[in-house]
Ligand binder design. Structure first.
Ligand SMILES: NC(=O)C1=CN([C@@H]2O[C@H](COP(=O)(O)OP(=O)(O)OC[C@H]3O[C@@H](n4cnc5c(N)ncnc54)[C@H](OP(=O)(O)O)[C@@H]3O)[C@@H](O)[C@H]2O)C=CC1
Ligand SMILES: C[C@H](O)[C@@H]1OC(=O)[C@H](O)[C@@H]1O
Length: 260
């Protein structure tokens, strides 16, 4: 098992990629603290979704807790870490994954959408990483942080002008943290998913034409699944990646390199 008896925190662990990360880590032997929010999202039943993930992890024989909190709030990171340490005694891995992508045109972008996206995606990654790193430093035996950046850190999107800079920022945050935290043996890396079918882009991909367009552009011929990303996060979190820090791994079925 790649994460036997490790303690993992996953932000945005209630669904999508974060849920898959939480379950994949448990399958590899970890206990998991998952964070979620969803305050303004009426599209799904928040608590029952969270309970399902907790049940799935417990069915794998591992312990799990859920901690509600908006990662954009600076206090959420320390609270999440404190609750994790209270439950499991330590933190070995952070998967900083929570994020939003409310598609919107640039020229009339409301400032509130821009600011919330920045606060959740980049501010959230910063504060939670800082809190987890302080705990890992105090433990004294290293750790691993894996952030969910995106292919969008490298390429643009006309309806994502508020979003793509946050994903470039997350990538850059992991690079700088790799330097800042290397002396404490804390590795910092990111994954860059391509187009993964989740609630985040369900509306955008509800057009059969757009979905088919993406499938044509992806050399491996299909949209990504959350577990495609989760398995790479497990690898980067594990000792298999013991000499990997400051790296970013595209998990996109080849989408990025497909010019023609
Ligand atoms: N889907 C894709 O194609 C890609 C996604 N990504 C990135 O992957 C990450 C996960 O996205 P994905 O799984 O697709 O999206 P989902 O919408 O399926 O899941 C998002 C998760 O983030 C949580 N979340 C949202 N806002 C907050 C907040 N303020 N505080 C705490 N948790 C929050 C949600 O919690 P709740 O359920 O409670 O709302 C949910 O668990 C994001 O960072 C996204 O940018 C990157 C590249 C491609
Ligand atoms: C929400 C998008 O469909 C998704 O998120 C990203 O980060 C990439 O831009 C994907 O296409």
């Amino acid at each position: 098992m790649l994460l036997h008896n490790k303690v993992v925190i996953v932000t945005g662990g209630s669904r999508g990629i974060g849920r898959a990360i939480a379950v994949a880590c448990a399958r590899e032997g970890a206990d998991v603290a998952l964070n979620y929010w969803g305050e303004n999202d009426a599209s799904y039943e928040k608590r029952s979704a969270v309970d399902e993930v907790l049940d799935e992890i417990k069915a794998l024989g591992r312990r799990a807790i859920a901690v509600e909190g908006n990662v954009a709030e600076p206090a959420t990171g320390p609270e999440l870490v404190a609750r994790t340490v209270e439950a499991f005694g330590r933190v070995d891995v952070l998967a900083s994954n929570a994020g939003i992508c409310p598609f919107h045109a640039f020229l009339d972008m409301p400032s509130a959408i821009f600011e919330t996206t920045l606060a959740v995606n980049l501010g959230g990654a910063f504060y939670v990483t800082q809190a987890a790193a302080n705990q890992m430093k105090q433990q004294g035996d290293g750790g691993a942080i894996v952030a969910t950046s995106s292919i969008s850190a490298l390429v643009g999107g006309g309806m994502q002008t508020h979003y793509t800079p946050t994903k470039a920022g997350v990538h850059s945050l992991m690079q700088s943290c790799a330097i800042a935290l290397g002396p404490y043996k804390i590795r910092c890396n990111s994954v860059m998913p391509g187009t993964i079918a989740t609630d985040l882009n369900a509306d955008d991909l509800s057009s059969a034409e757009k979905k088919a367009y993406f499938e044509r552009r992806i050399p491996l011929g299909r949209l990504g699944r959350p577990d495609d990303v989760a398995d790479v996060v497990v690898f980067l979190a594990s000792d298999m990646a013991r000499y990997v820090t400051g790296a970013a791994l595209l998990v996109d079925g080849g989408l990025f390199v497909n010019l023609q």
